[in-house]
Design a protein around this ligand. Structure first.
Ligand code: ZN
Length: 69
């Protein structure tokens, strides 16, 4: 089980949630496929909380199963 200390040291494994804009450990995020500005495929990384609250990227056509830490 990772300690709070090691999680804090692992800044490289943190990304910004595209929905709430909070830095979030990537282990607590999910990548959803949507479409970008040009209409091409684009991956959106959001935290579990936003995804579980129903956030979906533009053009999202997949199925999301809620995940929890
Ligand atoms: Zn979020």
């Amino acid at each position: 089980m990772p300690s709070t200390f090691s999680a804090r040291e692992n800044k490289a494994l943190t990304a910004i949630c595209v929905s709430c804009l909070k830095p979030t450990p990537t282990a607590l995020m999910v990548s959803l496929a949507g479409s970008g500005n040009g209409g091409g495929p684009k991956q959106y990384s959001v935290c579990f909380a936003c995804a579980n609250n129903g956030w979906r990227p533009p053009g999202f056509s997949g199925v999301y199963s809620p995940r929890y830490e």
